[in-house]
Unconditional design. Sequence first.
Length: 408
Amino acid sequence: MLSAASAPANATPPFPVAPVPATAARLADVGSSPVREILALTARPEVISFAGGLPAPELFDVEGIRAAYDRVLTDNPEYALQYSTTEGDPELRATVADRLTARELPTGPDDLLVTTGSQQALTLLTTALVEPGSVVLVEDPCYLAALQTFGFAGARIVPVPTDDQGIVPAALEEIAAREKPTLLYLVPTFQNPTGRTLPAERRHAVAEAAARHGFWIVEDDPYGELRYEGERVPFVAADPLAADRTVLLGSFSKVMAPGLRLGYLRAPAGLRRSCVITKQAADLHTSTVDQAAAARYLRDSDLDAHVEVIRAAYRERRDAMLDGLPGALPEGSRWNRPEGGMFIWATLPEGHDATALLTTAIGHEVAYVPGAPFFCGEPDPGAMRLSFTTHSADEIREGLRRLAKSFT
């Protein structure tokens, strides 16, 4: 008699075979990321890609990070390789708290939860706050992965109009009064995809709206330390009206390395506790050794000096792109001048479709991200997101020369 392990793979059982269950219904209306799909199409080394929001790999402090891992594994391997607490490495949380306090947001270590990238922080918050059918307000256009996260939760995502300075306060007030939202998600500093920064007076208007209508604010700040000009704008979380209802998300991806997958959230105590419980169900805790190495790196190295190196390089690359856009895009195009971050938002003149033109651009070995997928409301077909961080200034100039061929 054959055992189950040795039975022929094509054996027909003596009963009707039932189909396997379908995937969860929540997947039906959530598509894959168009940015990730474009990155796969443009992986060829000869393509100059302005598509991905990728930090420049040549600027990673490889030696400093390697040394931090070596020291951790030499000095305290029993700790670094063991299970840890869900809240996160105490030294790492203390250092993050000090850095936020230095940016005029008083923070203690116990205000923080370390996460596996700030994307996980957003997922934990969504799980803790959003019921199926809950209203979530977003900037329009909005960070794509946030739309995916809220879509998986079954939220009803409502776009709030924006202009060149970000979310429009009057529109937010009217929509919040009508929709009774659970939360508002925004990237107020060097927003993805537009690179816009919300001015201080609009941040206060957001805080007022949250206090008046009783919704949470999720303030995502992955790019805040990448400022190349202008004055720092206070966190929304620092506004007294918003202090009890704002969650700040942060990340080491843009200032150390995205492969570390280290982020954090700063939240009021009750919500933070809910996120801790949610994280325990997700992954118990973020990698102990990676947290310990990051803490050691921050102790032994000068991250601020390293960030200044990054800023100088990105400032040069941003300026190279801004200088080249008049010759690369057709007459009548518009674009902004971000004070920091990783992206320039451009709009082609009426009659041009950035999505349709992408295939032509890839044929000329250059790529960008069409703006349409970032919109939750009515998309602008002429919009496009251009990232300037991954390539050198000379490569950017060459890429823009190739891009110009797409319009001839």
